[in-house]
Structures are given as structure tokens and as C-alpha cells.
Write a protein that binds this ligand. Structure first.
Ligand code: FAD
Length: 464
């Protein structure tokens, strides 16, 4: 099932003229700018656009979409460029619509615990603005991504276990369709049964259904007390058993992350830390002092029951930051293991009861190939990643990674899981989408795409 549109190498002169008149010097065809916009953080071959449009308002996006639609020219939305599955490659040329310049926080409503933002606002920018109001936006994909990009990839991350991912935290969207029509989805109300849920349809659509021009986001109160711990286990199975026990005992960790021994070794080397190089959990509780103390004590008992070697608690902000720094540096620590290494990150998610089985079989597969590849996971959600680092000219290692990745996704499918918990499909997982959902379900998805974008102008070549 393919959706095709004619390749566009350079823009028609009439379109160039129109875009220049709309955007002035925010329209660019400089080669370095084009190169920057032809890739994300992925290992996929770059494919630059014919032009880049730095937009600053909904009105500009609307005018741009109408002009591109008239000339049947692809439009590829671009946020912070941190996606990892080849979502940004402009495989049919066209215009990269860069939203990083459309980055105003339009309103913060403490009473409703929500805010209105433009799509180029990054999550760190938003959280800085919210800090004085006692509020925060919880979705944290690790990178300082834009909120438009996070909605478009259906991002989640370290805090999803407690606060949910983008699907749970976007109340409404404003978006421009391929023909320049503008739609509003959702509302300021916390719930609604009015018609189809177009907000959730656009979340995770990877720029293939609409250009998101505004977001109403749900906010949360900054917890009065936070307790963080790091704890090692003799095996991954025991670490995962401790996670399941914590959740079954009704504990509510806000963060619950796993790093295997290879990941801990990479972190120690990169961050000059001295953590025991064994499967480890990083966990965090949010709430009142009494509640977090009680939850922490219970977690400690449950971890010891699974053979843990003692929890290292961090209660002061500086100590907490130091502990989380190790977790957040895991990707860069993995990259640093190979000179000029390029990242290749896998992303499967399985039911929690099958997680240990899936991880252990994957580690056995790596051991058989004599590879030591760091593994990290949002383990409370059953989601984990292998962090391959591959030198650009290392064809053999790339082939190994591809084969291991293929087997990993098949394993996840056989255990009732999915080929992507949070990174999306992009170019990298098109074949897996079909395997996972089946032809009939994918046909429904392509029918939706054809209804909203019959000329296949929005991020063509992705998903299907
Ligand atoms: C170190 C590292 C760690 C990561 N960890 C996680 C993680 O834990 N969880 C996770 O979910 N992801 C993770 N990612 C992946 C990445 O950060 C997310 O996919 C993020 O949501 C992408 O946002 P972005 O602003 O960079 O979007 P981009 O990469 O610029 O774009 C991503 C997609 O969104 C579309 N898009 C962008 N803006 C718009 C818009 N305004 N309207 C319509 N479509 C748009 C693009 O066309 C593209 O298809 C990680 C990446 C890195 C490098």
C-alpha cells in the first residue's frame, strides 16, 4: 500500500516567489540550512528539502499551505529535529516548515491548570515559565524537543508512568490541513464526548495529517516533596520483579527507569561516576513528605525482597539532579563508546509481565553476537531501548544492528507488544507497522490519510 506524489527537486518559481513574499528572509535555500533540515537524530540517510520556511504565526502557515497545495508541493513540519526514526527526511523534496521560530507561550491559566502555546515552544522553555506559578508540564522525552514535535510523535518518557504521555496531556490542538483549511480540536474542558477525537488522531500522526499551529496543554502542580533513589540488582529479572511488586502494592512512582549493566558501565565511563555495574533502577516518588517517606520505605522492602544491594536515596535537589544526570546521559554515554558513533536506538514496548523475558532474550541475542550494547527502559511502562553506536563506515556492525533489531521487534510482537512505545514509525518502521496492525487496519489508516490529504503533500513517504 503506497501513497505517492511526484518528486519535487526544486520549487516551482511561482511558489518560491509567493513564499518569499510571505516570509521575506525567513525563507531559505542555503545549502547548509537545507542539509540541517534533511535529518533528525537518526541513522537514516539524510534527504534535504528544496527550501526551508521559518514560520512565526498561524496566518503564515495557512498562507504557506495554500500556496504549496496549489503547486502540489510537499510540506514537512520540523520542530527541534530530535526524532530518531527518520521522520524528517524530505524524501520527495518540498518545503521544510520550521516551527522553532513560532515559540510564544500565549497563556498560562493556573485556575484551569492549563496553558496555550505555539508549537515551537520547547518543554524546557515552558517549564521555566511555569516554575514561578508552582506548575509544570510533565512529559519528558529526554531531548529538549518542541511541544508540536512531541505531539506529532506521541512522545512520552520518564514521567509517563505517573502523569501520562502527550495523549494524556494535550487538551486541544489548532492545526492547518494540507489545503490550508484550519481546524480546532478538543476544548478547554477536561472531557468531552462531542464527535470523533481528532486531538488523539493528530497526536502521533508524525506531520502526515496536519501542521499543528497551537496546543492547549494540561499542567500539574509541582509536588511539595520529591524523593529519588538508585538501586542495583543481581539480574534484570529481579529488577523487573521489584517493579511489578511495587506497582502491585499500589505504589505510585513518578519515574521508574532501568539501566542494565552495559548501560551503567557506559555511564560510569562517560560521567566519571562509580555506580555498581549491575542492572539498576532509578526511581522517584512525588507527594507530601509523609506519603513519599511511606512509599520509599515500602519500595525499599520490596527491592530487598528481590535481592537488591541497598537503595541510595537522594532527598536534596542537588543530589537528585546528580542521580538523574546519570540516567539522562545514558544515550550520549552509549554514543561516546565508538569514535564518531551515530545513534541507532530501538524502542519496543511489551506487557509488564513479559518484560523480563523480552529483555533477557535480547541480551542473550547480543551476547551471541559478542556485542555489549547499553539497554535503558521506562520500565514501569514495559518500554525499553537498545542504544547502538555505529561508526558511519562500519557496514558490518550496521548489518548486525539491523538483524538484532528485526529479531527484537518480532520478539516484542510475539509477546503481545508493539514495535514502538514512543519514537514512532517514520521511515524506519514502516514494514513493522504493517506486521503489527495487519493490512485491514493499515488500510483504515491510509483511508484517513487520503481523506485529509488526498494529494499526499504532508510529510510524504512516512508511516505507510
Ligand atoms: C537523546 C534522546 C532521547 C530521546 N528520548 C525519547 C523519549 O524518552 N521519549 C520519546 O517519546 N522520544 C524520545 N526521543 C525522540 C524525540 O525527542 C521525540 O520524538 C520528540 O517528540 C521529537 O520532537 P521534535 O521537536 O524534535 O520534533 P522533530 O524531530 O522536529 O519532528 C518529529 C516529527 O514531528 C513532526 N512535527 C514537528 N513539528 C510539527 C508540527 N508543528 N506540526 C505537525 N507535525 C510536526 C515532524 O514532521 C516529524 O514527523 C529522544 C531523542 C533523543 C535524541
Amino acid at each position: 500500500m503506497s501513497l505517492t506524489s511526484p518528486p519535487v527537486a526544486s520549487l516551482p518559481p511561482a511558489l518560491e516567489e509567493t513564499l518569499e513574499s510571505i516570509l521575506g528572509d525567513r525563507y531559505s535555500t542555503r545549502p547548509a540550512i537545507l542539509q540541517q533540515h534533511g535529518r533528525g537524530e537518526s541513522h537514516h540517510t539524510p534527504a534535504p528539502p528544496a527550501a526551508v520556511a521559518y514560520v512565526t504565526s498561524s496566518a503564515e502557515v495557512l498562507a504557506l499551505a495554500r500556496a504549496c497545495h496549489r503547486q502540489q508541493t510537499p510540506m514537512i513540519a520540523h520542530g527541534a529535529g530530535t526524532s530518531v526514526e527518520g521522520q524528517l527526511q524530505c524524501v520527495q523534496g518540498g518545503v521544510a516548515v520550521d516551527f522553532s521560530t513560532m515559540n510564544r507561550i500565549l497563556a498560562i491559566n493556573p485556575g484551569d491548570q492549563d496553558c496555550l502555546v505555539e508549537p515551537g515552544v520547547t518543554r524546557e522553555q515552558l517549564n521555566l515559565a511555569l516554575r514561578d506559578q508552582g506548575l509544570f508540564f510533565p512529559v519528558d522525552p529526554g531531548a529538549n524537543a518542541t511541544l508540536g514535535g512531541m505531539a506529532a510523535t506521541g512522545a512520552s518518557g520518564t514521567t509517563t508512568l505517573r502523569y501520562g504521555g502527550m495523549k494524556a496531556n494535550v487538551l486541544a490542538l489548532e492545526a492547518v490541513l494540507a489545503d490550508g483549511a484550519q481546524i480546532q480540536t478538543g476544548s478547554a474542558a477536561r472531557k468531552s464526548s462531542a464527535g470523533y477525537n481528532l486531538t488523539e488522531l493528530l497526536i502521533g500522526s508524525e506531520g502526515t495529517l496536519a501542521l499543528i499551529t497551537g496546543l492547549r496543554l494540561r499542567l500539574h502542580a509541582i509536588p511539595p516533596h520529591v524523593t529519588t533513589a538508585q538501586v542495583g540488582f543481581p539480574s534484570v529479572a529481579q529488577a523487573v520483579a521489584a517493579v511489578i511488586a511495587m506497582l502491585q502494592h499500589g505504589l505510585h512512582p513518578a519515574l521508574l527507569e532501568l539501566l542494565d549493566s552495559a548501560a551503567m558501565a557506559a555511564v560510569n565511563q562517560y560521567c566519571r561516576t562509580r555506580y555498581p555495574e549491575q542492572p539498576s533502577l532509578f526511581l522517584e516518588f512525588h507527594g507530601t513528605l509523609d506519603a513519599t517517606t511511606e512509599q520509599a520505605a515500602c519500595a525499599e522492602t520490596l527491592c530487598r525482597d528481590q535481592g537488591s544491594t541497598g537503595l541510595q536515596w537522594a532527598r536534596q535537589e542537588e543530589d537528585r539532579r546528580r542521580q538523574w544526570h546519570a540516567r539522562h546521559q545514558a544515550y550520549y554515554a552509549a554514543l561516546a563508546q565508538v569514535p564518531h558513533g551515530q545513534g541507532w536506538v530501538t524502542d519496543v514496548c511489551v506487557p509488564l509481565s513479559r518484560l523480563a523475558q523480552c529483555i533477557e532474550a535480547t541480551q542473550a541475542d547480543l551476547a551471541a553476537a559478542q556485542l555489549q550494547v547499553p539497554l535503558v527502559g521506562h520500565v514501569g511502562d514495559g518500554n525499553f531501548h537498545l542504544l547502538f553506536s555505529i561508526a558511519p563506515d562500519d557496514i558490518e556492525r550496521r548489518a548486525q544492528a539491523e538483524a538484532i533489531h528485526q529479531r527484537l521487534v518480532e520478539r516484542a510482537h510475539s509477546l503481545g507488544g508493539t514495535c514502538t512505545g514512543e519514537h514512532g514509525i517514520g521511515l524506519g518502521k514502516k514494514a513493522f507497522l504493517l506486521q503489527e496492525k495487519g493490512a485491514t487496519t493499515v488500510a483504515v489508516m491510509t483511508a484517513i490519510k487520503k481523506a485529509l490529504d488526498p494529494m499526499n503533500l504532508l510529510n510524504p513517504g512516512k508511516l505507510f
